[in-house]
Design a protein around this ligand. Structure first.
Ligand code: C5P
Length: 233
């Protein structure tokens, strides 16, 4: 049909670490039956890939980093429960991706334009029918500027550090709030101040502060907005 939008719709959910965007994105994707892109996982995967090979980003040229970002052997395999198994070189690495060490490496790599350029098309390739929910830092500003809904999810640093601590404790890691808060603020600063694709709300984003909201409340708000904006049917 002439004028029919043939491009799969995207819902972009951006925000700092610990804002809850990963959990919200997963639930919204599941409710809508959409694909899911956890873009932070790609930065973490590249970080882990370098750590595994004992390579420091500084030892590499921009060309090498970009090529590695484009070609690292990664697979995302959803299982029946909606969980996604992430494979690097055919090895499941979900747990290794979430460590503080991998997160720190990811955050350093994310400030490098060569890395961001290398990952750009990989991220766009996730856009497939019937639609995509993408979470990250620059989904609405850079990767999917034509997203039908852009959400910028924030929460106070203290609330985010507490959530992170709870997650870590569930995994048997005990890290103090003070240390988590310090790491979180350092990464926030790096994400917000970098020249290339800094963390910020898109001009047309809906801002949601989740400090006082639980996951179900945020999911409800995002779903209502999504239903208003998705094409009928
Ligand atoms: O969201 P997550 O903590 O997994 O992201 C890991 C790192 O990747 C972040 O610290 C951030 O610097 C970077 N990132 C980014 N752009 C994205 C997603 C993540 O710069 N779209």
């Amino acid at each position: 049909m002439v004028g029919m939008n043939l491009v799969a719709p995207v819902i972009a959910i951006d925000g700092p670490s610990g804002s809850g965007k990963g959990t919200i994105a997963r639930q919204v994707a599941q409710l809508l039956g959409f694909h899911l892109l956890d873009s932070g996982a790609l930065y973490r995967l590249l970080g882990l890939f370098l750590l595994q090979q004992k390579l420091a980003p500084k030892q590499m040229t921009d060309k090498e980093l970009e090529l590695m970002a484009k070609t690292m052997p990664v697979e995302f395999c959803p299982d029946e429960s909606g969980e996604i198994r992430i494979l690097l070189n055919n090895q499941m690495v979900n747990d290794q991706l979430r460590t503080e060490q991998t997160g720190e490496m990811a955050s350093q790599l994310a400030a490098m334009p060569a890395v961001r350029d290398g990952l750009l098309q990989r991220q766009r390739d996730f856009r497939q029918a019937p639609g995509l929910v993408a979470d990250g830092r620059d989904m609405g500003t850079v990767v999917f500027p034509d997203a039908i809904l852009k959400v910028y999810l924030d929460a106070s640093a203290e609330a985010r550090a507490k959530r992170r601590r709870k997650q870590l404790i569930e995994k048997g890691e005990n890290v103090s709030i003070a240390i988590l808060l310090q790491d979180l603020r350092r990464r926030d600063r790096r994400d917000r101040n970098r020249k290339h694709a800094p963390l910020m709300p898109a001009y047309d984003a809906v801002n949601i502060d989740s400090t006082e909201l639980d996951i179900d409340q945020v999911v409800k708000i995002v779903m209502e907005l999504a239903m208003q904006r998705l094409p009928a049917g």
